[in-house]
Design a protein around this ligand. Sequence first.
Ligand code: CTP
Ligand code: CA
Length: 225
Amino acid sequence: QSHFDSQKELAGKKVLITAGPTYELLDPVRFIGNHSSGKMGVAIANELANRGAEVTLVLGPSNVSVDEKRIKTFHVTSAKEMYDVCVEQFPQMNVAVMAAAVADYTPVNTFSEKIKKNDGNLVLELQKTKDILKSLGEIKKDNQLLIGFALETKNEVEYAKSKLKDKNADIIVLNSLRDKGAGFGTDTNKITIFEKSGTATTYDQKDKALVAKDIADVIVKNIYA
Ligand code: CTP
Ligand code: CA
């Protein structure tokens, strides 16, 4: 940190960010994952660090490069590992941004040997993972700001609003998957931001680095509100 950082708008603010997918192991060679690249969450981490925040990133398996000298990074694999780091870190934080695509279900058993194929079908038993955003919402203090994402393929406004309420979040960022050039793996995104106050703002499709600036502006506005 340089002495200029003390003059930046997020100087002295500690921010926790989750990003990327999680991998739920089935056996030594297989996992259940998803298409999240981690680009959006890492772009938010970079933008908030540029504004002077002290950023802690909890990153699932991702090829996106992170400047780990500037951003304290915990590399995790599973939803359980991501949950454990977040619950431990959150009490020290001013802001948390849950941008990861966390698995909702994980195998009941991880086999220690490779599963061999058979003549019949394979049935996998899955159990629910813990909801990290919801868990942080339950322990959140009045001076902490909690931001979640929502990824929907239908009824997106209704579902995004219910996530805001159900998870005790202050802000929900809705990813519009309907639009080409938005969502997984792409370099651009199209979002609507829902705030607890009832405000909903829809933005144009743009580069994820610029989407991160829009999100950072709303975070700054809410921190100092
Ligand atoms: N999330 C989380 N932990 C989980 C699942 C989701 O922290 N185990 C967070 C995501 O990081 C995101 C928000 O919850 O910020 C919403 O995730 P999303 O998958 O859109 O919604 P879910 O609540 O998981 O519900 P569903 O997938 O059924 O729509
Ligand atoms: Ca989910």
